[in-house]
Write a protein that binds this ligand. Structure first.
Ligand SMILES: *Cc1c(COP(=O)(O)O)cnc(C)c1O
Length: 575
């Protein structure tokens, strides 16, 4: 559609606005027209001098940003961070008390704040956790109303870290043409995977491949926000760019504060984004990406972390068992991470910015130490992380040390003081094809309950730590017959803790093991491992039935562990 209908979305008083007349910028003439002092302040060596008002939308800066983002100079408005771009859009397009913006929470907080300051309404089309926080265009279009002038889409999204696919942006632009501007905030796009762009002559990937700026040509209602604050390490300089159709840029340029960009900011941006600095920024981004992968993999092994969300940005969203405790542990290590618990759908989640390798180590070690995990496992190495774990778990009732090595068979040594239970744990290791050493000193003089429960918790934690971030398919099942008994065991490693146990034992006790504690064992294991475990068992002989459950669990784990093997980096892509 033509630009006019999209331009007509702006407030009528802004479209009719007589803008402030800047003192003309005429570098060839000496200035006696702006009521400036004719001398510089002592020590001022800046160009053109801090006594002079800066050029509004400096040509050199605009040309530079246009080049950086692969657009024409007329498509660029520079401002004090992309925050200023958000604010300008809301002020220029939303009438107080009448118009509104549409956002997809959980998302960046400034959209709503800007709307509230302006007195504009806020319509929400929430991202759903069960859809992995994916943008759902149908939900956005369903929530859209006549009053909505701006639809804000954050990609990659802060704080969930996922990027919106290009096709969804195109659909929104097409369907909302002449109805709303679609504002895509790409504050983190430099950290996102470049998706190949299909060109007439095949697939090409450009430096802007992950960005939707190339859609600006086709969609006059698209606005893209970029910033130098994140990938270019210039948050303190306060500079961002709003990219849009030239008519929208011209409209917003009338609304922006006169002389918006300080002389020092312009100088800083020009000197810190030249070729040499761009190379440096690219190298730093590479480090962030490899640290993001490492941090994600290692956080997933920790007892305090339920889930690490995939990220295309320079931060990770994590679901915690107890977010307040994680904040405390981080603070104890001298680190502050972002509390995102007040956002819809994120009540147990925190956002961790990827730090230097040393800072990331400090956080991982502090969490490992607090969780009773051997901190040596979190040392950096070029090798794929060893699939081992050592967990020390001490409470008033039990004192447990357990080591597992998923890549070594045999070497199993178990001593809990309960002969039959030792025998059952051995079945898990032997049929699972991994080694396990477990020592437990429990309060058996009281009863067996604590020993059995705490061994299950320690085993679950050790397996979780050793498995790391479990990629791929995570559902396995095994049916194990044992004489007249039959156990059916299914496990979903990626699932939330959940346990179903169906079966009735004829006897109350086998050896020193009270049979009522068998379902309890699997429930505790499921909780600590972060897995859904489903067991059905039938038979006549209680001993056989219990043994079939433990062996079946071992067999199921064996499959899970072996499939993870084929996903080690050397054979990646073979599944
Ligand atoms: C950090 C951030 C911004 C702010 O960027 P500035 O250019 O520093 O104002 C904008 N959008 C999102 C999503 C951000 O996370």
């Amino acid at each position: 559609m033509s630009i006019n209908k999209n331009l007509a979305l702006a407030r009528p008083e802004i479209r009719a606005l007589q803008p402030y007349q800047h003192a003309d910028w005429a570098p060839q003439l000496e200035r006696m027209h702006a009521n400036e002092m004719p001398w510089r302040a002592g020590g001022d060596s800046s160009c053109p001098g801090l006594n002079r008002y800066p050029e509004p939308q400096p040509k050199a800066l605009i040309a530079h940003l246009a080049n950086l983002y692969g657009v024409a100079a007329e498509q660029v408005l520079a401002g004090r961070g992309s925050d200023e771009g958000i604010d300008l859009l809301v002020r220029a397009f939303c009438r107080a008390g009448q118009d509104s913006i549409l956002i997809c929470p959980p998302t960046f907080g400034m959209y709503k704040v800007s709307a509230c300051i302006q007195g504009a309404g806020v319509i929400e089309a929430p991202l759903r956790r069960e859809r992995n926080f994916m943008l759902e265009t149908a939900a956005v279009l369903a929530a859209w109303r006549e009053s909505v002038k701006l639809v804000f889409v954050c990609s990659p999204n802060n704080p969930t870290g996922n990027a919106v696919d290009r096709r969804s942006i195109e659909i929104l632009c097409e369907r909302l043409d002449g109805k709303s501007l679609v504002v895509v905030d790409e504050a983190y796009v430099e950290f996102a995977r470049a998706t190949p762009i299909t060109a007439a002559d095949g697939m090409v990937t450009s430096p802007h491949a992950a960005s939707v700026t190339t859609l600006l040509e086709r969609h006059t209602n698209l606005v893209v926000l970029r910033t130098l604050s994140k990938a270019y390490a210039l948050a303190g300089a306060r500079c961002g760019a709003l990219l849009a159709h030239p008519a929208i840029i011209a409209l917003l340029a009338r609304v922006i504060t006169p002389y918006a960009l300080p002389t020092q900011t312009v100088d800083t941006v020009l000197s810190y984004t030249d070729g040499r600095h761009r190379d440096e920024a690219a190298q730093r981004i590479d480090v962030v990406l490899s640290e993001r992968a490492r941090l994600s993999e290692q956080l997933a092994r920790l007892p305090q972390i339920r889930k690490v969300w995939p990220s295309e940005a320079n931060f990770l969203l994590v679901d915690c068992e107890d977010a307040a405790a994680v904040l405390d542990i981080a603070a104890g290590a001298g680190l502050i991470i972002r509390d995102t618990r007040s956002q819809p759908g994120l009540d147990g989640s925190l956002r961790i910015s990827v730090g230097t390798p040393q800072q990331n180590d400090r956080l991982l070690r502090a969490l490992a130490r607090a969780g009773g995990i051997d901190t040596r496992l979190f040392e950096r190495s070029a090798e794929p992380a060893a699939r081992r774990a050592r967990v020390q778990r001490t409470t008033r009732e039990t004192d447990i040390t357990i080591e597992v090595d998923l890549d070594r068979e045999g070497a199993t040594e178990i001593n809990t003081g309960l002969g039959f239970f030792d025998h059952m744990l051995e079945q898990i290791a032997r049929h699972g094809g991994f080694s396990m050493q477990l020592r437990c000193k429990g309060d058996l003089h009281i009863d067996e309950h604590h020993t059995i429960e705490d061994c299950a918790l320690a085993l679950g934690q050790a397996l979780k730590t050793a498995l790391g971030d479990k990629r791929g398919i995570h559902r396995y099942g095994f049916v194990l017959p044992m004489d007249e008994a039959l156990a059916q065991v299914a496990i979903d490693l990626s699932g939330r803790p959940y346990c179903v146990f169906e079966g009735h034992f004829g006897r109350d006790q086998v050896g020193q093991l009270p049979t009522e504690l068998v379902p309890h064992f699997f429930r505790s294991l499921s909780e600590a491992l972060g897995a859904a475990i489903n067991i059905k068992v039938e038979g006549d002989n209680t001993h056989h039935m219990i043994e079939a459950c433990f062996k079946g669990l071992g067999r199921t784990l064996r499959q899970a562990i072996r499939i993870t093997d084929t996903q080690l980096p050397s054979t990646k892509g073979m599944l």
